[in-house]
Design a protein around this ligand. Structure first.
Ligand code: ADP
Length: 397
């Protein structure tokens, strides 16, 4: 079955056409600068050269149209007609409490996603635009919504409630939701497969360390806690996001710098994290280069980053009364052996021993702990698109 996976942002649209049988990517691409000047589609059919199509995309509908044209083009296309695309899987950021699993999209589902808009005002409206555009252009193709939050809906109230007046949960559903659910679910399951264990028997901690970063405790195949909260701002220090801070800092900085709440929130989302701490950048490759050439702030930033990861691992080990496997994934987790080694250097209390040669590998599935290590440590590349395609097939079956 060929499934078109769509990840629609406010000015971008990423897509992959995936063959669900052999899990191969038939084509993928990205529409950039939708609704702006200089919009373009970067289209990569499998094993062929990348094609850049520079065309105006005033709307997401036009972007989807160009994607369909590229996929079905006589020369560069990968399918004869749209009929060959069996379903579309949409990545949706926030499903609130309503969605604990993926669902076939109908009018009622669209309305329910709209109702989650105020929980993710930057993401959900953009995701919905993608749904509407596809609905218009491919009215007969079934569509499925796959939520970033759904995997974490198994958290118990003691894990998702904040220490706030209960009425804010009652009235506004202020609680921990967690994100990267597709990734945490995919990676934790894959880990059990790699270790030849039963998923339902395992306690796993997944460290999704990318630009955005979150950690998840997965007990018997279910998310029991995760570091992101009502929004993706909570938790770890990230590329540009502050992660968890004393909330009183917001008022303190607002007063000192004469800023309003929106300005401070903007700083917490866009100017903080390793970017703000180091003053160098949000990309860990740049931080590594700076540290290696003796930049002390870069070193300190990386140390503080790892320290937070270590603290979450400790907390989640306690929450699950143990851990069988710790897994690194996403851009930093898959590629940065220094960060992995640094984090694991704290974990000897868990009987963890790292195989330095294995830890030098990047971007591939590998067990980086020694055979004697009591807790297994792995790198498992995430694949959110494949997971969305699989969920989509499951739903329409
Ligand atoms: P996003 O959250 O935007 O999907 P990614 O998962 O791509 O982010 O992670 C981005 C981070 O991953 C960057 O800081 C970058 O340093 C790191 N990264 C990505 N690819 C590589 C690579 N090949 N080698 C080293 N670091 C990488």
């Amino acid at each position: 079955m060929k499934v078109l996976v769509i990840n629609c942002g406010s000015s971008s649209l990423k897509f992959q056409l995936i063959n669900s049988e052999d899990e191969s990517v038939i084509a993928k691409g990205l529409c950039e600068r939708i609704g702006q000047e200089g919009s373009r589609l970067v289209y990569s059919p499998y094993e062929k050269d990348k094609i850049i199509i520079e065309e105006e995309m005033p709307t997401h509908k036009r972007a989807v149209e160009l994607v369909i044209n590229a996929l079905t083009d006589k020369d560069t296309g990968v399918v004869e007609s749209l009929k060959d695309v069996s379903a579309v899987g949409h990545r949706i950021v926030h499903g609130g409490e309503r969605f604990a699993e993926s669902v076939i999209i109908d009018n009622e589902v669209i309305k329910a996603i709209e109702e989650c808009n105020d929980l993710a005002p930057l993401h959900n409206p953009a995701n919905l635009i993608g749904i509407h555009a596809c609905k218009e252009l491919m009215p007969d193709t079934p569509m499925v919504a796959v939520f970033d939050t759904a995997f974490h809906q198994t958290m118990s109230p003691k894990a998702y409630l904040y220490g706030l007046p209960y009425e804010y949960y009652d009235k506004y559903k202020v609680r921990r939701y967690g994100f990267h659910g597709t990734s945490h679910s995919y990676v934790s399951k894959k880990t059990a497969e790699i270790l030849g264990k039963n998923y339902e028997d395992m306690k796993t901690i997944v460290c999704h360390l990318g630009n955005g970063a979150s950690i998840c405790a997965v007990d018997k195949g279910k998310s029991v806690d995760t570091s992101m909260g009502l929004t993706p701002l909570e938790g770890l220090i990230m590329g540009t996001r502050a992660g968890s801070i004393d909330p009183a800092i917001i008022e303190f900085i607002a007063n000192k710098e004469n800023k309003d709440i929106n300005e401070v929130m903007n700083i917490l989302n866009k100017d903080s994290g390793v970017l703000g701490m180091s003053g160098i950048g949000s990309d860990f490759r740049d931080l590594m280069t700076a540290m290696e050439s003796g930049n002390e702030r870069a070193r300190l930033t990386l140390q503080a980053y790892c320290y937070q990861v270590v603290k979450y691992i400790g907390a989640y080990t306690a929450a699950m009364s143990g851990v069988d496997a710790i897994v690194f994934t996403a851009g930093v987790g898959e590629n940065n052996g220094f960060i992995r080694k640094e984090v694991c250097s704290y974990l000897t209390y868990l009987g963890i021993e790292i195989d330095e040669t294995a830890n030098e590998k990047r971007g591939e599935e590998v067990i980086i702990s020694t055979p004697d290590s009591r807790v297994k440590v792995l790198v498992v590349p995430t694949n959110e698109e494949l997971k969305i395609a699989k969920e989509t097939v499951e739903c329409i079956k």
